[in-house]
Every structure is written in structure tokens, then in C-alpha cells.
Design a protein around this ligand. Structure first.
Ligand SMILES: [Zn+2]
Length: 216
């Protein structure tokens, strides 16, 4: 009796193993091939913004800090880019990691990535809303990515389109193409709730914008 029971159990286990393997292995293989042949050579530097000094946490409202929004969105962006096979380097790793703007320029220039993406949240004295992307060079890859970012975020998150803005920033000292996105206004409740609750969609928009331009 016992032997039969054990036999039956073993057959069941073998069956479950085979089924699980047949579901998992093709996915793993597909992903690996995709990653190895498709994007592996592309490095993106994601700038987890602020914490330039120990006191700098960026803008804040309703008890939320810009540096925290940037860190959590950056982490999701990193996972999604890596899933597509990109190599991702952060300018700072966590909340206690302090990096000056000069440090960030040095990191970017030592790597010379395909793109430097800096993730921010905006703030204003008067009531304002919407997404804007800032570039320091007109006409290159940065402008293309910036336009895609605006299109993706404004349509998928129903954000007001404040456009692509040309402005001189510290990023002008970075040799690679750079874009700085202001996801929304931290002191606007509606924008803030999107930046807290729809980070996954924001990340999808940023990743799609980058991937669309790099593979066009
Ligand atoms: Zn900022």
C-alpha cells in the first residue's frame, strides 16, 4: 500500500515538475536570447536626482520628498530597462548616497552611455500642473527622446503637456545625450497622487520612449 502511495506521489511530482519546466523554460530562454542579442551593448545612466548635499531632498509637499519619488521611479525604470537587456547605471544608490552634480557629470563621462536620464518632480509657487522635459542640446537624440517622453506620459497618464524645454543645466558638461524629466508637480495634489500611485506607468512611458528612439 505504502509503496503504491509513494509511487503515485512520485509520478505526481514528476508531472508537476515537467509542467512547471515547460512553462518556465521557454520564457527564460526567450528572455535570455532577447537580452543577449538585442540591447546588451546599450548603457543608460539613470540619475536618481537630488541628495547633492546631505540637506538636499529636492522639492517637497504633503510630506513627500522629490528625492524619494525619483528613487522609486528610477528603480522601476532600471528593472524594466534591464528586462529589455539594457545595462543601467545609477548616479546614486539610495537615500544615504550623497552625490554632487560634479560627481554625476564624472560618472556619466566615465561611462559615456547612450543616454543620461535624470528623473525629477517639479514645484511651483502658483498652482501648476503637467509634465515637461528639459534638454541642453537641440536637434539630437536628446530632443527625440524628450519628445517621446512627453508623448508617452501625457497620453498614458493624462498629464498636461508643458513641452520640451531648452535650458542650460549642469548636464551640459556631460558628453552623452541628456534629458531631464519633470514628471509632474509635487505641490499639485492630482499630479502628486499620479507620481505616487502610478509609478509603474511612468516607468513604462520612460522606458518605451528610450527604446523607441534607440531602435529607430
Ligand atoms: Zn529636481
Amino acid at each position: 500500500m505504502l509503496v503504491k502511495k509513494i509511487k503515485r506521489l512520485l509520478i505526481k511530482m514528476a508531472l508537476i515538475f515537467t509542467l512547471t519546466a515547460s512553462i518556465l523554460i521557454p520564457n527564460l530562454t526567450t528572455h535570455k536570447t532577447y537580452a543577449n542579442t538585442y540591447n546588451n551593448k546599450y548603457t543608460i545612466v539613470v540619475d536618481v536626482s537630488h541628495r547633492d548635499t546631505i540637506y538636499d531632498r529636492g522639492a517637497s509637499a504633503y510630506g513627500v520628498y522629490e528625492s524619494d519619488i525619483s528613487l522609486s521611479v528610477s528603480q522601476i525604470v532600471k528593472n524594466k530597462l534591464e528586462a529589455k537587456g539594457y545595462r543601467v547605471v545609477f548616479t546614486r544608490q539610495n537615500d544615504n548616497d550623497i552625490k554632487s552634480l560634479k560627481d554625476r557629470v564624472n560618472i556619466a563621462n566615465s561611462i559615456n552611455p547612450e543616454l543620461y536620464l535624470s528623473i525629477h518632480a517639479n514645484s511651483s509657487e502658483r498652482v501648476a500642473t503637467g509634465t515637461e522635459t528639459i534638454i541642453d542640446t537641440v536637434g539630437g537624440r536628446a530632443e527625440k527622446v524628450a519628445k517621446e517622453i512627453q508623448k508617452e506620459i501625457c497620453s498614458n497618464l493624462n498629464m498636461e503637456d508643458r513641452g520640451v524645454i531648452h535650458r542650460n543645466l549642469y548636464t551640459r558638461n556631460i558628453k552623452a545625450s541628456t534629458v531631464l524629466v519633470e514628471l509632474g508637480f509635487i505641490n499639485n495634489k492630482e499630479d502628486l497622487s499620479k507620481m505616487l500611485e502610478q509609478q509603474d506607468t511612468y516607468a513604462d512611458c520612460l522606458v518605451n520612449a528610450i527604446d523607441n528612439v534607440i531602435h529607430n
